[in-house]
Design a protein around this ligand. Structure first.
Ligand SMILES: [Zn+2]
Length: 241
């Protein structure tokens, strides 16, 4: 491999390295994983609220049940008194108590029905949130696996390119390499152009016959573009301007 070939290939390798590293940084899974994590986080706080609300309703239902039982006990107690009393006024008083208790029981039944409805609703929402949580978890796993695979593939390409780069660099004179490195910095990677006919391949400014004659007179394969000052490879000096 000639120095010219090594230089041209080095530029290709360096551009490929830039593209590959960019691709690594822009892997779509990264953004997807971020979004899934955000969704999982807001779902988790939603679930915490639902569980809290569900527990509150269950406590209210326990209270309702206990009060209901207490009322039934009172009804039994008062009924027993009614059956064992013959005093007319006492009986009237006890019956008023029974009417009052019946109203309380009716109210408790009404409240219980509403609480049962609330509980069913909350349990349904909680189950849905849990199912969504599981779905997000498996989606996150899929994306993480894909990210790992893609990262491994790209990292392998980068390693190969770096190895090839080392080989190419070892073939270049120090002076030429320095010139290339400076031009890479200056031109953002596009450091070397090729003369095609009398057109440099990057700046594409047609060389004037005098410039072309100068370049031919240098009798070297690697020179400098008189317009953009990139490194200019002249491999076909047969062209006649
Ligand atoms: Zn140029």
């Amino acid at each position: 491999m000639t120095q010219t070939d090594a230089l041209l290939r080095l530029q290709e390798v360096d551009l490929e390295l830039i593209r590959t590293k960019r691709a690594l940084a822009a892997l779509p899974q990264k953004e997807k994983i971020k979004k899934i994590k955000q969704a999982a986080k807001s779902l988790s706080s939603e679930l915490t609220k639902l569980v809290g609300a569900r527990k509150d309703v269950q406590i209210d239902l326990d209270d309702n049940r206990a009060t209901h039982q207490h009322m039934l006990d009172l009804v039994e107690e008062v009924s027993t008194k009614v059956s064992t009393t013959s005093d007319y006024r006492a009986i009237a008083d006890l019956e008023a108590q029974l009417t009052h208790l019946a109203k309380r029981i009716e109210r408790l039944d009404f409240e219980k029905a509403a609480l049962d409805k609330d509980l069913a609703k909350l349990q349904e929402s909680e189950a849905k949130a849990c199912a969504l949580g599981r779905k997000l978890q498996s989606e996150a796993q899929i994306q993480a696996d894909a990210y790992k695979q893609a990262t491994a593939d790209i990292t392998a390409s980068i390693t190969n390119l770096n190895e090839e780069r080392e080989q190419l660099v070892s073939k270049l004179d120090t002076e030429l390499l320095e010139k290339y490195n400076t031009a890479v910095q200056r031109f953002g990677g596009l450091a070397v152009e090729k003369l095609v006919g009398n057109n440099p391949s990057i700046c594409r400014v047609s060389l004037q016959p005098s410039s072309y004659a100068d370049i031919r007179a240098q009798n070297t394969e690697i020179t400098t573009c008189p317009y953009c000052h990139r490194m200019l490879v002249v491999t076909d000096p047969s062209y006649n301007a």
